[in-house]
Design a protein around this ligand. Sequence first.
Ligand code: BES
Ligand code: ZN
Length: 886
Amino acid sequence: MCKMHGTREAEGGGVDITNGREILPGNVIPRHYDLTLEPDFEKLTYDGTVVIDLDVVENTKSITLNTLEIDVHSTKVLSGSQTISSSPELSHNEDKQTTTVAFGTEIPKGNKAQLEMKFTGQLNDKMAGFYRSTYKNSDGSQGILATTQMEPTDARRAFPCFDEPALKAEFTITLIADKKHTCLSNMDVASETEISATKKAVKFNKSPNMSTYLVAFIVGELNYIETDKFRLPIRVYAPPNQDIEHGRFSLELAARTLEFYEKTFDSKFPLPKMDMVAIPDFSAGAMENWGLITYRVVDLLFDPATSGASTKERVAEVVQHELAHQWFGNLVTMDFWDGLWLNEGFATWMSWYSCNKFYPEWKVWESYVTDTLQGALSLDSLRSSHPIEVPVKRADEVNQIFDAISYSKGSCVIRMISKYLGEDVFMEGIRQYLKKHAYGNTQTGDLWNALSKASGKDVAKIMDIWTKYVGYPVVTVTENESDKTIHVKQNRLLRTADVKPEEDTTLYPVFLGLRTKDGIDENLVLSKREDVFKVQDFDFFKLNADHTSIYRTSYTPARLEKLGRAAKDGLLSVEDRAGMIADAGALAASGYQKTSGVLNLLKGFDSESEFVVWNEILTRLSAIQGAWIFEDQSVRDGLEAFQRDLASEKAHKYGWEFKDSDDHIQQQFKAMLFGSAGLPGDKKVIAAAQDMFAKFAAGDKTAIHPNIRGSVFSIVVKYGGKKEYDIILETYRNSKNSDERNTALRVLGRARDPELIKKTLSLPFSGEVKEQDIYMPISGLRSHPEGIEALFNWMTENWDELTRRLPPGLGMLGTVVSICTSSFSSLEGLERVQKFFAEKSTKGFDQTLAQSCDAIRAKAAWLDRDRQDVKDWVQSYSVKTIKSEL
Ligand code: BES
Ligand code: ZN
């Protein structure tokens, strides 16, 4: 911990409050950091020296910069050739994470200054700042590597710095390390010098102007593969416990993607190389450090022999997302964290865009509708959601906005405007934006300006509401046959079905996207509360064609039935069908329709042939099952039977053998059907799963195809017991394959036996599950009522331990809280959650907690409305099924 516990407020206020933001005072501006670091793998500390060149823009007697858990030994302030102070007074503000350096002599405005600090830091195990990551060597010994994660506000944990995205500077970094270690940083190596028999100093070239959150350095034993298929060298690195050949897919994809982005953005990647590194302990999925992208092992390394189609798609998504940031985020950066969506929303959209170019046969824009769009609409239907552009005041608030609003709603906003302007015009705007703001910082308005310029349209006018206001509308459509018009009306949608008039004042510019037999009318915009539009042919129309707009449509039951028929007649796109089912399901959950109506709609899709649509059908059914998880067994059995009836026939027809001739989508479709039929009790599938599992347990590791590994494990745990559980636990413990280990860990929670639940809940703190993976064993427990109950109790009983291990500022605590609370579906459950947290600090996860509570409220209200409705539906469904079987 830091020695400078000065409680005195820094002179000059320490921190400016501008727009309510806590930011550093603007009296000096950092221009260049000369940073030297020497990690010590024995003591698990590092020594550092930083020399920061500053422009003095106001008369200055003190300098405030960010530090966190750093022990500063000595500080010097220089100006020109003059030493201003060799022992200035330091005061640390723990709460604001700053240190103020105060000196007697004033440095006049217009001068240059240098601040030099020598310090020691911990190579911590919190996956933040300069931290240590460990892995097991083949001889059983432990390997260590030192690596960094700075975003959003942990560069200050690694070295004293001006830790704000707008304070860009150049960096010259030197690492002092064991000769046997590989040293990496954002830039390429300038020089390597021997400094002792065992040590070397590796100095990297000076970086361009960049934000502190993108700085990275790594020291450790690493292998690599390299490609020369791009203009510049690209490498994939991994620790020696990994087969580096598994980096091949990402390596090749990175080469093609960088070339594609250079062309698309008309902007050369400005650094001399690109390294991508697999890190054994990593809190997020990946991090876009400029020229040195770090990844969770499973998000970079891919073994086609042992991983399936969905894993491949995930790896491609992550790689293309982080590479998009090299321009969007790294070259042009948001000026503060409330612009985070510019980074994440764009990179998310861009990863789908480029994936679609490279793998058109994956049809990712179809799955976008069931994936990203639904993720956005789901979170944004809660009262505790937030606008895309959210005011962020303090460092500990930033982590909570790395959520489905910044990523998914942000991406949907981009998709909406790109469709509206046309992709070519949109990209032209993006090129202008990147050119104009290269190496600089921007606000949302700068993007809209560039797009306006390229398109000649007033983009800000259309888009401002979408980024500045929370939520989105449900558009209710009623029909007037006599004058061939539809009446559309927009209202704020809340999942809790309790919108107050004062919460329903925003009028969104809604691109209606009216689809008729003649095509799509892209020009209809509903900007008022309600309006009337002509529709020529009442036989068929649908709003929100391809679901490129951010709203849900509520039709009359009669129209919904007609749309069901239109789907069969081939009048709707895949996106239309999937989106329409999603809307119906979500609207039932929010009280706009009866749940029985949705169940009937799903039933009517029996002749549907597309994976994405089936995925949505089963997702919506599983949302109902989730809300009904504590309800009467007979109703739950009825819903399971329905799921089986939906999936079984197709599962049997397509089978569960995977051939080389199966395309990417086919593979995922088969895998989904297999699980969806087997879990609710299809006997044939269960027998097949048990057979494969028996062979697997007997040592045939290829007996289970990776596409259905999770399903096979889940089925045998559900219909087996301790024996199967133990084999899966052993697989987690001993498998060499990270993908397989993760699958095993995720499945264990599905076991319902009290002893096994106990065993599962002993894993997170057992020392054998890395903190990065804590959410895996616990999330499986959400699949049954006993597990949900046990999870909450586990969280409350281990709260101190949890907060100790997962510091609130880092975001993982919020994930755990959400997993352990949000599966309740009654007001009693809600009360227990609220009571537990009433006396506790919820700093760092208050928003996530509020979202969990809203999710519970929504389910409780849903059950209140439709408990009987679903019971009746299940009863009549069972009667019909029995009759038809007789
Ligand atoms: N910039 C983020 C990494 C990050 C996340 C840093 C949270 C700090 C806090 C990175 O670009 C990212 O978004 N990674 C995603 C993967 C992506 C494919 C959605 C992730 O980590 O899951
Ligand atoms: Zn990102």
